[in-house]
Every structure is written in C-alpha cells, then in structure tokens.
Write a protein that binds this ligand. Structure first.
Ligand SMILES: CC(=O)SCCNC(=O)CCNC(=O)[C@H](O)C(C)(C)COP(=O)(O)OP(=O)(O)OC[C@H]1O[C@@H](n2cnc3c(N)ncnc32)[C@H](O)[C@@H]1OP(=O)(O)O
Ligand SMILES: CC(C)C(=O)C(=O)O
Length: 570
C-alpha cells in the first residue's frame, strides 16, 4: 500500500472543457457552495461563500459550483463575486484558476441568470439539469419523456448560444432512470453542445456495483460520449456516496462531484476528503487515478466549512473527524508508539492536521500504561515507577467518569496526587447561593493540619468569587487571581478548573531570591462534577502550594496552618 506524497497539483493537465489529456487525471468538482448549502441549516452569507471559494481554489479543486444564481439575488451576487475574484486569480506555484460554475434548471431565465453570474470568470461553466426518471417526470415535471428530451436539447443549445463554451448537462435522478432514455437524452445533449455529462444518483439509492455499471453502460451505449467528460454526482442516503463515486471513476467517469465534509441535501454528498484520500492512498488499486488536490489544505478547509455552515462533523467522520487520527486504547497506543504504521495508514501530515501532541495519542479510560506514560513524558513529567503507579490508579478512576482526558486533567492529577506538597488546609464544605435577585454569597468550612475547623462567609460577584473571598478570610494570605479556566464536558460531566494565583512573598525572610518583584506564581487544579466544587478545589490546591511555600519560611507556630483564625463574616 502506498501513501504517495506526490504534489498532485504540479501534474494537473491543461484545462479543456470536454477533454482531459491525461487519462488518469480526475477532475474534482466541488459543490459545497451549491448542493452543500442545500443541507438544512447550512446557509452561508455571500461573504462567507467568497472566503470558502478562495480556500477551495487553494485546495486545488478544478471546478467550483458556486451556487444557483436564479435562486435569489443573494445567491446571484455570491456566484458573481466568486466568478469575478476567484475565477480570475491564479493560485499556487502553477497559477491554477478553477472553473466557476452556476446551476440552472432547463429554462431560459435560470440559464440567463447563471450565465450573467459566471461569465466574469476566466473559465465559466453553466450547468443545466432536468429529471429523467419516470417518477420525477410524471409527478414533478408533469412532462412526457419526449418533452423532457426536447427541453434538454433546446436548453443546452441555448446555453451554448449565449457564448458559454463549457456546458454541463445532468439528467436528474439518473440512478432511477430508464437506461435507453438516458442514452438518448445524453446523445441529444452532446449534439447540442454539452461538454460534461453528469450522472446523478439524486436520491442516493444506488449500490456501488449498480452505479459503476450505469456509468459503464452509458459509456458503451451512448454516441458521442467519448467526446465529453462523464461526471459522478452521488448522494449518501445509504452511506455509499464515496463508494459509488469511486465505482463511477473506475468505470470511466473523469469528473467527480463532491462536497467538503460530505455536506449536502438530506444525508449529504460524496465527501471530497474521502474520495481524494482514497485515490491518493489506494491509487494503485484504482487504475493509478489521481487528482490535483493539495491535500495539505483539507483540514483547514473542513474546519472553515464547519464554522461557516454550522454543520459540525461527527468525531468519527473519516479523514476530518476529531478522532480520525487519535488512538485511545492501550494496545493501539502501544503499537503507535512503537511504529505509527501499525494503526495509521494515512499520514495526518498529508491532510495538514496539526495535532495537540506528537503521537496523536488521546487518553481515556481504555488507555494503558505505555500511552499514559508517553503523554507524561511529552508534557515534561518524569516520575518514578511508584509515583507512576499511584498516578495511574488515580488516572483510571477519573477516566471512568470523563470522556476524554485533557492535558489540564493530567496536570491536575499530577499536582493533586504526586507533586502537591503537604496539604495545610482541606475543604470540608462549601455552600453558595446565586441568582439575579442579589449578590452571590458563599460559606466555606476548612480544616487545617492541626484539625481545627474554620468557617468563612463572603459575598462576591458570582458564587466562585464569593467562595474564593470566603477562603481568603480563613487562610489570611494576600493573593491575586491571575488565571481561571474551566473545561466542562456537558452539564452532568466532570469540570476541570485551573487557577493561577500570585502572592507577595516579600515579607518572608527566606523568600526565594529568584522571583521577580518578590512575586511567585502558584497554580492549582480541581476536578469535580459540580462546577463550584471544581473551582474551590483548584483554588485550595494553589493556596496550599502557596501556604507550603510560606509555611516552610516560618516557625511551625507561625505557619498559616496553625494560625488561630476567627470565624469571619462580611
Ligand atoms: C437535485 C437538486 O439538487 S436540484 C437543485 C435544488 N436546489 C434548489 O431548488 C434550490 C434553489 N431553488 C429555489 O430557490 C426555487 O425552487 C427556484 C427559485 C429555483 C424556483 O422557485 P419557484 O419558481 O417558486 O418554483 P418551485 O420551487 O415552487 O417549483 C419548481 C418548479 O420548477 C420546475 N422544475 C423543477 N426542475 C426543473 C428543471 N430541471 N427544469 C425545468 N423546470 C424544473 C418544477 O416542475 C416546478 O414547476 P411548476 O411551478 O410549473 O410546477
Ligand atoms: C442537479 C443535480 C446534479 C443534483 O444535484 C442531483 O441530482 O442531486
């Protein structure tokens, strides 16, 4: 199996609408901005579409279907802006300029709108479609097959007559259409001047063998088909869009219509990243077919489309999902640490993925010692075997309750269990009230190393602020809260809080001399299901470190833990 690292864009053949000079080259037609936008809720603004189109050009797609200009003035404006800018701006070292296409029904006003919008591009394309399945012709169009064929012929010729030399024709719902009718309408469209013929599996019902045979049959039975490009357009209703697209390419299609993240009408379209990476990584089994995509741009393009469309991919989405290159279970982590290839056949670098840690290992409840230890080493913690065993036991307890263990969790566990100095103050209870009717209040009960319980109360801007102030009254150390961050996974899951406090240590005779301005930073972390408890634990952890630091500078009778602290109230 090869993971070819070819810079595909450098091999892109010169663009000719109805011909590709290299028989192995696959044209990538991206319809994120048209079919992708048809996904419920995926509407993007014109400005966002322009940004996505720029990114698609960088990614190296051959054709950008920028929208459906007749659909609305906004769609028209978006397609036009993309045609003017992206359709005329060379990108990359080879000065690639994508084709800019606009979709239209088979009627003059749609085609006029499409042409008006795309004609500003260096390489403009009109796409026009009409349904050919019995079910669509009868119930939707209410036209006979003869009428449909006549309309297709006339409208393709009309589009060419406007001066457009690049016209794509699609018999909608081809996947459910009578094949004889398909051969006939495609022949007519080719004679009328179509340069690309798209075969849509509009409802996503085809199987790979069936779709591959459809393309092969069209290739074998349609006059003039060798003078045009055949294109796939597969929907994902059975989860087969990528497989069908590859089957279509193997059967002779040389343009494939895809979307970023597979977004699109209903269950979506074939996803660009899946098809392109399959061709890149398994090209030797796919007749050596290749694309002009610069795969290093895949991750950033995916994230951009997620952000703008509001459609976030599931964590296990192939290629671009958050889990696609991470390994949680012990045996996998062990293998990856010994040799990446054991569980990764696609290189994350190839899709431009920048990972949080070098190994791509993510910790969870299924992680083993080797994986956990490797993360500790990456974070710079070298602990001995006994400490590690203590840590690992505690780690497993937390991991049972938490979906994913973050770097902050690891730091929290390390500081709680191993690196924490003697605990001078422990939390007994915390109680807080808050809401819109008045100031937040908190009551805190702490116990010190000598077993003395102290209670403090305070008001604050929020329950956390009130609790921290109540603690300060008991512990009586001057601190400034420098940082407070919390990560929570859902309302009923674990909250991890990290705080950083500073204190003025100048009064302490043996204060460390290497601290600038006599200030020292103490960080603490807390983990709990309750966000307030998590916050208080983090603060206590930092305060204990500070108390320890001060405590070792004093005689034990003066140490903070032994101070007689009065019950304090505000
Ligand atoms: C398979 C696909 O993805 S196709 C693309 C789908 N995308 C979209 O529909 C998004 C944009 N669509 C729109 O904004 C609107 O539907 C418009 C502007 C195109 C049309 O709006 P309206 O004029 O109000 O028509 P409406 O959408 O209600 O109905 C569609 C009409 O087009 C006809 N029609 C549908 N497809 C075609 C076609 N390919 N060629 C010609 N006419 C068609 C229908 O038969 C219907 O005609 P009728 O009104 O005589 O019954
Ligand atoms: C317009 C065509 C290509 C389409 O989107 C479909 O049939 O799904």
């Amino acid at each position: 199996m090869s993971t070819a690292a070819t810079t595909f864009s450098s091999r892109r053949p010169e663009y000719v609408p109805n011909r590709i000079d290299d028989p192995n080259y696959i044209r990538i037609f991206d319809t994120t901005l048209r079919d992708g936008e048809q996904a419920p809720g995926a509407t993007m603004t014109s400005a966002q579409k322009l940004v996505v189109a720029r990114q698609l050009a960088l990614l190296g797609v051959d054709v950008i279907e920028a929208g459906f200009p007749a659909a609305s003035p906004d769609d028209f404006h978006a397609v036009r802006s993309i045609a003017i800018e992206v359709g005329n701006t060379p990108v990359g070292s080879h000065g690639h300029i994508p084709v800019i296409a606009g979709l239209s029904r088979c009627n003059k006003s749609d085609i006029d709108a499409a042409w008006d919008a795309v004609r500003h591009a260096r390489r403009p394309r009109i796409i026009t479609f009409i349904a050919t399945s019995e079910i669509h012709m009868q119930h939707k169009l209410r036209k006979t097959p003869e009428q449909v064929v006549a309309i297709a012929r006339e409208m393709v010729a009309y589009a060419r007559g406007l001066g457009c030399h690049d016209v794509e024709f699609a018999p909608e719902d081809a996947g459910r259409s009578n094949k004889e009718l398909l051969y006939h309408i495609i022949e007519e469209a080719i004679q009328a001047g179509a340069t690309t013929i798209t075969i849509p599996d509009t409802v996503g019902c085809n199987l790979p063998s069936e779709y591959g045979k459809l393309i092969a049959d069209i290739k074998d039975n349609t006059r003039g088909i060798d003078n045009v490009i055949i294109s796939t357009h597969c929907h994902n209703d059975l989860g087969l869009a990528t497989a069908n697209t590859l089957a279509g390419a193997c059967a002779g299609a040389r343009q494939i219509e895809v979307t970023i993240n597979g977004i699109g009408e209903r269950a979506g379209n074939a996803s660009l990243e899946e098809v392109v990476m399959a061709l890149k990584c398994r090209g030797e089994l796919l007749d050596g077919m290749y694309t002009g995509i610069n795969t290093h741009h895949i991750t950033i393009t995916s994230k951009m489309v997620q952000e703008y469309s509001g459609l976030h991919v599931q964590p296990h989405k192939a290629i671009v999902g958050a889990n696609a290159f991470v390994h949680e279970s012990g045996i996998h982590q062990d293998g990856i640490l010994k040799y990446n290839g054991t569980y990764q056949f696609i290189s994350p670098d190839d899709i431009g993925l920048i990972r949080v840690n070098d190994s791509g290992i993510v910790l969870g409840k299924l992680s083993g010692r080797n994986g956990v230890r490797s993360i500790l080493l990456e974070l710079g913690y070298q602990i001995n075997d006994n400490e590690f065993e203590d840590f690992f036991k505690r780690y497993k307890e937390v991991a049972e309750n938490k979906k994913r263990i973050t770097v902050e969790d690891i730091k929290a566990l390390l500081s709680d269990e191993i690196l924490n100095p003697e605990v001078i103050w422990s939390l007994v209870d915390v109680q807080a009230t808050c809401g819109t009717l008045g100031l937040s209040t908190a009551t805190i009960k702490l116990i010190n190393v000598h077993g003395e319980e102290k209670i403090g109360c305070s008001v604050g801007t929020c329950p956390v602020d009130a609790a921290y102030k109540a603690i300060d009254k008991i512990v009586q150390i001057q601190t400034v809260l420098q940082e407070y961050t919390m990560t929570v996974e859902g309302v009923d899951a674990i909250a991890t809080t990290r705080v950083v406090i500073t204190g003025d240590v100048s009064n302490y005779e043996y204060a460390l001399t290497d601290q600038r301005n006599n200030k020292r930073f103490f960080c603490g972390s807390g983990v709990a299901k309750d966000v307030l408890l998590s916050s208080v634990r983090a603060y206590m952890s930092a305060l204990n470190k500070m108390s320890n630091f001060i405590g070792v500078q004093r005689s034990s009778s003066e140490a903070p833990g032994s101070m007689s602290v009065e019950k304090t109230e505000e």
